[in-house]
Design a protein around this ligand. Structure first.
Ligand SMILES: Cc1cc2nc3c(=O)[nH]c(=O)nc-3n(C[C@H](O)[C@H](O)[C@H](O)COP(=O)(O)OP(=O)(O)OC[C@H]3O[C@@H](n4cnc5c(N)ncnc54)[C@H](O)[C@@H]3O)c2cc1C
Length: 486
C-alpha cells in the first residue's frame, strides 16, 4: 500500500551509516544536509497517497487489492505504459524534473524484472522466487530503492578480478549457508542517502574470471557494514531558499557506496556468480528500457520547466517582441517536443517481449538517450546566450531586497519593463540555480552521464536499430538498375 510522506521519513531512521565531513550522521532526516531533500521526496509520497490522486497514481495490488504506486505495474498492454507515463509525469512535474532517481526510477526496473521470472529461473528457480518475493514486498510496502550498478573508476582498462586488490569492486567475497558476504565499492548511489534499499549489481561488461562480481541483490540501507560517502551536499551552502530555491530543496545526493563485508541473506539474491545473466537482466528483460523511459519522462518535465523559465524572462523583459528571440525560443521548444515525441512514439510502437512485458521500442528509446546526452549541454549554452549578464547582475542575497538602504536601488535598477525588481530577482535566481550554480552544474554532469558513458549508449542504439530494414532499402535501389540500364 502507498505510504504517507511521514511513514517514508520514519523508515529512514534505521541506523544507516552516512559519513559526512569526517563524522557519522546521527539521523539523515534531521541533518541540514539532507532533511530538505528528504522532505521533497516525502511530498511525492504524500501526492501518491492522497485519495484525490488514487486513480492517476496507483493500481490495486494483485495480492490484496490495496493501492500501490503505478511505477511497480508490470506493463502488459500499451494502455499500461500510458498509465505508467501519466503517473511518472505527475511526480516529475511536482519536482520540476530535478529528482533523477525519484522512487519510480528503480521501481521501473523491478517492474520489468517481476514480469520476467523465467529469466531469473535460468540461474535456478529459487532465484526467480527471490526476485518475485522481493518485488512484491517492495511494491506492497512502497519502498524507495536506489541503485549502484557501476564499478568505481579505479582501473577501467583491467577487468574486475585483475584490479590491484581483490574486491575493490563490490563482489561476493564469501558464501555462507544462509547467504553471501559483499565486499568492495560501487559508484555512484544517487538518492542512496534517502532510500530504503540499495539494488546492487553491475551493468558494465564483465569478463571470464569476474564471476565473483556477477551478482544481483538488494541490501537494506541500515545493513551492518554498509557505508555511504556522499559528495558535498548542496543544501548546506545556500543563504536562503529564495537565493537557491533548488539547491536548498532538491539535492537528491550522490554517494560512493562501500560494502564492508555486508551480509546478504539468500532471499535477497537474484543472480549469483553468473556473468551472462548479470548482463542479460538489463538487455534481455525490458528493465533498461522501462527504467530509462522513466528517466526520459522525468527529463521531459525538466526541459519543459527550463524553457518555460526562459520564455517568462523574455516576456517580462519584452524581448520576445523580437523575431530572432522568437526563433530561438522556437528552437528550444523543438528540443522539448522531440523528447516528448520519442517518448510517445516508443510507447505507440511498443511490443510484447518474450516474457509478455510490453516493451517500449528500444531503438527509439536509445536514440532519445543519445540525443539528450548531447543536447542538454547545448540547451544550457543557448539559455546562457539568451540571458547574458542578467544571470549575474543580481544582489548577493535576499537581504538586499529586504534592507531599506538597498531595496529601492534594487527595485529601480534591477527591474524589467514588465517585472518589479523583486519579481526579476526571484526568477533569475531560480534560473541560475537550475543551470549555473553547483547544483545546476551537477545536473549538467548528471544528464550527460546518468545512463552510462556516451559510447555505450551509442552501442545500445547500434544493437537495437533495424539495420535489416535500412539495408533492404539499399538492396531495393541497387537492384533497380544495372550497367545496361538507361
Ligand atoms: C551525477 C551522476 C549520478 C549518477 N548516479 C548513478 C546511480 O545512481 N547509480 C549508478 O550506478 N551510477 C550512477 N552514475 C554513474 C554513471 O552511470 C557513470 O558515470 C557512467 O556509467 C559513466 O561511467 P564513468 O563515470 O566511470 O565514465 P568513464 O567510463 O570513465 O567515461 C568518462 C569519459 O571517458 C570516455 N572514455 C572512457 N573510456 C574510454 C576509452 N577507452 N577511450 C576513449 N574514451 C573513453 C567516455 O566516453 C566518457 O566520455 C552517476 C553519474 C553521475 C555523473
Amino acid at each position: 500500500m502507498t505510504r504517507s510522506g511521514d511513514e517514508y521519513v520514519r523508515g529512514l531512521r534505521d541506523g544507516r551509516t552516512v559519513v559526512l565531513n569526517g563524522e557519522q550522521v546521527a539521523d539523515v532526516t534531521t541533518h541540514p544536509a539532507f532533511a530538505a531533500g528528504i522532505r521533497t521526496v516525502a511530498r511525492l509520497y504524500d501526492l501518491a497517497h492522497d485519495p484525490a490522486n488514487r486513480e492517476l497514481m496507483t493500481y490495486p495490488s494483485p495480492r490484496d487489492g490495496r493501492p500501490i504506486n503505478k511505477s511497480w505495474l508490470v506493463p502488459r498492454t500499451r494502455e499500461d505504459l500510458a498509465a505508467r507515463r501519466r503517473a511518472i509525469k505527475f511526480w516529475a512535474d511536482a519536482s520540476h524534473g530535478f529528482l533523477g532517481r525519484s522512487p519510480d526510477h528503480v521501481a521501473s526496473f523491478f517492474a520489468a524484472f517481476a514480469g520476467s521470472p523465467e529469466f531469473y529461473a535460468r540461474g535456478g528457480q529459487r532465484f526467480a522466487d527471490n526476485l518475485l518475493r522481493f518485488a512484491a514486498k517492495a511494491a506492497d510496502e512502497d519502498l524507495y530503492l536506489s541503485y549502484v550498478i557501476v564499478h568505481p573508476t579505479i582501473d577501467r582498462a583491467k577487468p574486475a578480478h585483475q584490479q590491484a586488490e581483490p574486491y575493490l569492486y563490490a563482489g561476493a567475497a564469501a558464501e555462507r549457508d544462509n547467504g553471501i558476504v559483499i565486499r568492495g565499492a560501487q559508484m555512484l548511489g544517487t538518492g542512496s542517502v534517502m532510500s530504503d534499499y540499495i539494488f546492487v549489481t553491475v551493468i558494465l561488461p564483465l569478463r571470464p574470471g569476474d564471476e565473483d562480481y556477477a551478482i544481483s541483490c538488494v541490501v537494506p540501507n541500515g545493513a551492518p557494514g554498509l557505508k555511504l560517502y556522499p559528495r558535498r551536499p548542496y543544501a548546506l551552502g545556500p543563504t536562503s531558499v529564495f537565493d537557491y530555491p533548488l539547491s536548498s530543496r532538491y539535492d537528491e545526493t550522490d554517494s560512493l557506496v562501500v560494502f564492508d563485508d555486508v551480509f546478504v541473506p539468500w532471499e535477497d539474491v537474484f543472480i549469483y556468480k553468473n556473468i551472462e545473466l548479470t548482463a542479460g537482466q538489463f538487455s534481455m528483460t525490458a528493465a533498461h528500457v522501462l527504467g530509462n523511459t522513466q528517466s526520459h519522462i522525468r527529463s521531459w518535465a525538466k526541459l519543459q520547466f527550463l524553457v518555460g523559465l526562459v520564455k517568462r524572462c523574455m516576456d517580462l523583459s519584452e524581448r520576445s517582441a523580437a523575431s530572432e528571440i522568437l526563433a530561438q525560443l522556437g528552437d528550444l521548444a523543438t528540443r522539448v517536443s522531440l523528447v516528448e515525441g520519442i517518448i510517445l512514439g516508443a510507447e505507440a510502437a511498443a511490443e510484447l517481449d518474450q516474457f509478455g512485458v510490453m516493451r517500449p521500442k528500444d531503438s527509439l528509446l536509445y536514440a532519445s538517450q543519445v540525443y539528450q546526452q548531447a543536447m542538454y549541454p547545448v540547451l544550457l549554452n543557448q539559455i546562457r546566450g539568451l540571458m547574458g549578464g542578467n544571470l549575474i547582475q543580481l544582489p548577493a542575497t535576499v537581504e538586499e531586497l529586504r534592507a531599506p538602504s538597498s531595496a529601492a536601488d534594487i527595485e529601480r535598477y534591477v527591474r524589467w519593463p514588465r517585472a518589479t525588481g523583486h519579481e526579476r530577482v526571484k526568477l533569475l535566481k531560480l534560473l541560475w540555480d537550475a543551470i549555473g550554480s553547483e547544483f545546476g552544474s551537477r545536473h549538467l554532469q548528471y544528464e550527460m552521464f546518468y545512463a552510462g558513458e556516451p559510447a555505450a549508449i551509442h552501442m545500445r542504439e547500434f544493437r537495437n536499430f533495424d539495420w535489416a530494414a535500412a539495408e533492404a532499402l539499399v538492396d531495393r535501389c541497387l537492384s533497380s538498375y544495372d550497367e545496361t540500364s538507361l
